[in-house]
Ligand binder design. Sequence first.
Ligand SMILES: *[C@@H]1O[C@H](CO)[C@@H](O)[C@H](O)[C@H]1NC(C)=O
Length: 386
Amino acid sequence: MLPKSRFVIALASAYLFGNAQAVGTPFGLAAGTTGGGNATPAVPSSLAELTTWLSDSTPRVILLDKMFDFTSAEGTVTGTGCKPWTCSPNPQLAIDANNWCENYEPSAAKTTITYYKAGTTPLKVASNKTLLGKGSSGGILGKGIKISGASNIIIQNIKIASINPQFVWGGDAIQIDGGSKIWIDHNTIQNIGRQMIATGYGAVTATTISNNVFNGDGTYSATCNGEHYWVALFTGSGDQITFALNYLYKTSGRGPHVGTSGYYQNVHAYNNYFVSVNGHAVDPEVGSKVLLEGNYFNAVTTPVLSGGGGQAYAPVSSSDAAACSSKLGRNCVTNIGLSSGALPGVATDTGTLNGFTSSVFKSANIMAASSVGSYVQANSGIGKVN
Ligand SMILES: *[C@@H]1O[C@H](CO)[C@@H](O)[C@H](O)[C@H]1NC(C)=O
């Protein structure tokens, strides 16, 4: 680690040379993303104005100076739900959205549930937008955001929380179904019904998800251990994602799940800090190539799930690291596990490297895994920039 004073100077100069609105410069696959560019930052005066500004065709820098609370704005819905999990305590229940219970959990007991409607209708985000929080107080409660076939978007320094956390299908925090040039940076996400972040089937390219806190600590869980299962899901038809410097805390699954049959996804996951994951972190399934570098797994039951049919490479030894050089033109940065399940032997598919031959991967600035815990704890999430 740099001494603190040198570290502050390094950060300050990074900000000075970034564009004036979003803080810092997008790196990795989203390099060059400008969002709302130089539009004058403006604070929406109401939930309705925020909704309009996010979805209209004007380039905007939308500044959130407080929590915009949509939780009860659309009332509640009482209807049929089901109980897919029988563990205890506090299993999530599922909303019977599109007959999901009948189609996918036919043996689950039915029950009557009441949830907030706002969680099920995300805010649409159009192209050329920056959504930026001020200090540590800006964000959205009770509703998530959805990018659908849009490009050039920055979401930075906001909190997204409290979206029907008891209910699967109660809402995602961030959905991206097709899009490019997207930078999701320095946000904090907690207490969500379904995914903290998910791509759909449309290709999500030139996208970087960085410095976010995925805080899985909550009452309700599909795994009944107070840890959120539905963290990150990348299933698009050609997703190209940098997933770096994120803090995954008390999660139990999909951290991230990558892959879906018939499509391919390349995810460069580096310098992430995984802590207290009583379940699995990375879940590479069919179609995926996941390159893991310089990640730190601290008390993670299963750092990389095997058997899903995806390709993953998580070097741990110097010879693993050296095996990267023929494709990346450099050695890989090794991963570390502490009090965690096995890393060696679970993600050794060097064929993964064929997905990471472009210059953005070769030139990635990756710190040693041994520095990741302190760096990510000090710098991720809301309130660290702007
Ligand atoms: C976004 O901005 C770019 C560059 O100014 C412009 O070409 C494009 O049409 C804009 N997209 C939309 C959907 O407004």
